[in-house]
Ligand binder design. Structure first.
Ligand SMILES: Nc1nc2c(ncn2[C@@H]2O[C@H](COP(=O)(O)OP(=O)(O)OP(=O)(O)O)[C@@H](O)[C@H]2O)c(=O)[nH]1
Ligand SMILES: [Mg+2]
Ligand SMILES: [Zn+2]
Length: 336
């Protein structure tokens, strides 16, 4: 474990992990100085399961936290009974500043945004190549949410025993996103887990995607045997998954450092909250070209300076096309 394991070095505790780790934590804490640090593993009806050192501690939010919700991946400060024994309940008195946030809304008009996972470094966007059919628009939306929230995307294309990945890989080629293709046989012999694990070492990775694409199946192949969750099957008639997984859960990677977060399948990924300028950040080759843009440019309008930037050979036109496709995904409705 990178963040919550045995710390041998004090500095390791005080500095923030990941790429954005330059700022030390603010240390003005009059209250609860003796609180223990923990990580939220799962949330169930107001009860939060937290990892404190090597103990699993059930906790609830202290009233003083108000409406702010702690979510899976949050680093929290806990007080009270931290023994982890049966029928004990600790209190969460603080939620630490987050290094990343994966947010979604139920749909684009929904002002109520939910944080799905906090502090993940990476977003594994899981798509089945068939059964259920891939939906590039959902992938695009997950990509936008990743770029917006400060997570690095990883494309995971499952069920290549049922269909070829070529078309999808071509569609996402210009985005230069790391990807892994897996199939049924490799799930059984361990090759799929090995290949995916290479991308997960030392990181916290959230797995998202439509129901039935094989998120839990893959996560199970990555975590120690006694941590496995149940998986579903895809309805032969509708080609839909059955929403087998109903809550997000963080699990330690087996055989490597890091965490995986299995999440429930989603039908859509609402993006009401997205800030386009944060999405541009994920395109460092295009970002300097936006200097000549009019104020509040949508980057998809006649005066956008990116057309000239690309025409002058500073960047690949396919990259601009991909960026615009992603930005436009917010305006389109999300049918199948
Ligand atoms: N043919 C094939 N089937 C797969 C593969 N990976 C997973 N499956 C099957 O897909 C079905 C759904 O798998 P799950 O892991 O439950 O899917 P999920 O994404 O977790 O679904 P939700 O929890 O509902 O979101 C199961 O029957 C798996 O055995 C694969 O590579 N090939
Ligand atoms: Mg599942
Ligand atoms: Zn522009």
């Amino acid at each position: 474990m990178r963040r919550y394991g045995k710390h041998t070095d004090e500095d390791d505790i005080r500095t923030r992990p990941g790429r954005r780790n330059t700022r030390p934590r603010t240390n003005i804490r009059p209250k609860h100085e003796d609180a223990a640090e923990g990580m939220v593993l799962t949330v169930d009806r107001g009860r939060l399961t937290c990892l404190v050192e090597d103990r699993v501690v059930l906790a609830m939010k202290a009233r003083e936290l108000g409406r702010k919700a702690a979510v899976v991946g949050d680093r929290v400060a806990l007080v009270g009974d931290l023994s982890g024994k049966k029928d004990t309940l600790a209190r969460i008195v603080r939620i630490e500043e987050r290094t990343s946030v994966l947010r979604r809304t139920a749909d684009d008009d929904d002002p109520f945004e939910r944080v799905v996972v906090a502090n993940a470094d990476q977003l594994a966007i899981v798509t089945a190549l068939a059964d259920p059919e891939p939906r590039p628009r959902l992938i695009d939306r997950c990509l936008v949410a990743a770029f917006d929230g400060g997570l690095e995307p990883l494309l995971v294309l499952t069920k290549s025993d049922l269909a070829s990945p070529d078309e999808l890989l071509e569609l996402y080629g210009a985005l230069d996103i790391p990807y892994v293709v897996t199939n049924r046989e490799e799930l059984t012999d361990g090759a799929a887990a090995d290949r995916v694990r290479e991308h997960l070492d030392g990181r916290v990775t959230a797995f998202v995607g439509h129901s039935g694409v094989g998120k839990t199946t893959l996560v199970n192949a990555l975590v120690p045997e006694d941590r496995r969750r149940s998986t579903g099957h895809v309805n032969a008639v509708t080609g839909r998954g059955r929403h087998t997984t109903t809550s997000a859960l963080a699990l330690p990677l087996g055989g490597a450092d890091g965490w995986v977060v299995d999440t429930p399948g989603v039908r859509s990924f609402g993006l009401a909250h997205i800030d386009p300028s944060r999405v541009i950040h994920a395109f460092p080759d295009l970002e300097p070209g936006t200097e000549g843009c009019p104020r509040a440019c949508s980057h998809d309008e006649p005066d956008c300076a990116l057309d000239a930037w690309v025409a002058e050979g500073h960047a690949d036109p396919a990259r601009l096309y991909s960026l615009r496709r992603l930005l436009a995904t917010r305006e389109r409705t999300e049918g199948d």
